[in-house]
Design a protein around this ligand. Structure first.
Ligand SMILES: [Zn+2]
Length: 337
């Protein structure tokens, strides 16, 4: 018989979980006396070769504010085909396709050894992976070259069907068109202007085709190979545009805009992020995507930030009177993004 400590260690090894306490307080008084709060360290993506593949959706507690999942600690009544949620004590009926369960024939999710379980969801739709690179060009030569090399290298590590796009920024924000043979094309936006998704859609001509196609795919389950071809000029599959993108990255130069000796370079991080979000909203609405921002310093190029740069360090009274209001604008801008 294992000791308590061995039992805890076994569980930690098996599930990749460690709690600050292995016994929970039984009363409110005990809870208030705890010096260290109850907390949990969890290892995401822990490798578990012993887990069986579960190719169905989890059973969820029917109480609206609970939504816990059927697990080995739930009490199960095999006679009436019901289970009691161990969080809220709601009694839930098993769905019809669990009619065949019995004490000898139990589903994996209530067997004690499967305290961790991985479901492969059947209803969930999976779209393509989308990576939008947002690259700051206000870097010195050495840093920019290192970044270019790392990005070029990372292209070979991405899944070939993932969609990728490139936005660069300095004083201006450039959205690069991919797949233009022989020449490189980009759309340039002023870094001190905020562009909404609607404006961007009109300017780039991202009309109905770019929007409608992803919308049609919703609810069809995993995408068939021909559906993955859906893309536009700014977001293309890695396998189609990796050569173009490698060339484009290779040609990137530091921002050519002149900067006074006592000033920081104009870095339109806010506008670039805003454009990136608008682009994704136009092309892949309601779809998960990653915006990867590579930045070498603080944002200095939003009208509000320019004001701050000019006055921030000089006059405390100015800051006290006027900047509070400007900070409010900055806050709302960032919240909007
Ligand atoms: Zn519940």
């Amino acid at each position: 018989m294992a000791t308590w400590q061995e039992f805890i260690h076994q569980n930690e090894d098996r599930d990749g979980v460690r709690f600050s306490w292995n016994v929970l307080p039984a009363s409110r008084l005990e809870a208030t006396r705890m010096v260290v709060p109850v907390s949990c360290l969890y290892t995401p993506l822990k490798e578990r070769p012993d887990l069986p593949p579960i190719l169905y959706d989890p059973i969820i507690c029917t109480r609206g504010n609970c939504r816990a999942i059927l697990n080995p600690l739930c009490q199960v009544d095999f006679a009436t085909k019901a289970w009691i949620c161990n969080f809220c004590f709601q009694r839930n009926a098993f769905p019809p396709h669990y009619a065949g369960i019995s004490e000898q024939h139990q589903p994996a999710e209530i067997i004690p050894q499967f305290s961790t379980i991985e479901y492969t969801l059947q209803k969930q739709t999976t779209g393509p992976l989308v990576f939008l690179l947002v690259v700051d060009t206000c870097l010195d030569e050495e840093d920019l070259n290192a970044l270019k090399e790392s990005l070029q290298m990372s292209l070979s590590l991405m899944p070939p069907n993932a969609l990728i796009g490139l936005i660069t920024f300095g004083k201006m924000v450039n959205i690069h068109e991919l797949g233009c043979e022989g020449i490189s094309k980009s759309y340039v936006f002023r870094g001190n202007k905020d562009i909404s998704a609607k404006q961007l859609q009109d300017m780039l001509g991202l009309g109905s085709s770019a929007r409608a196609q992803p919308a049609q795919q919703q609810g069809r389950g995993p995408m068939a190979p021909q559906q993955q071809e859906v893309h536009n000029r700014f977001l293309q599959p890695v396998h189609k545009c990796d050569m173009d993108l490698t060339d484009l990255l290779g040609e990137l130069q530091t921002d050519p805009w002149p900067v006074a000796a006592d000033k920081r370079p104009f870095r339109s991080t806010g506008a670039a992020l805003s454009v990136a979000i608008s682009l994704l909203e136009c092309c892949y609405p309601n779809t998960g995507a990653r915006i990867m921002l590579f930045v070498g310093g603080p944002c200095t190029q939003v009208r509000i930030f320019q004001m701050l740069n000019k006055h921030f360090w000089n006059r405390f009274l100015f800051i006290k009177k006027n900047v509070t209001q400007k900070l409010h604008f900055i806050n709302s801008f960032i919240n909007k993004i």
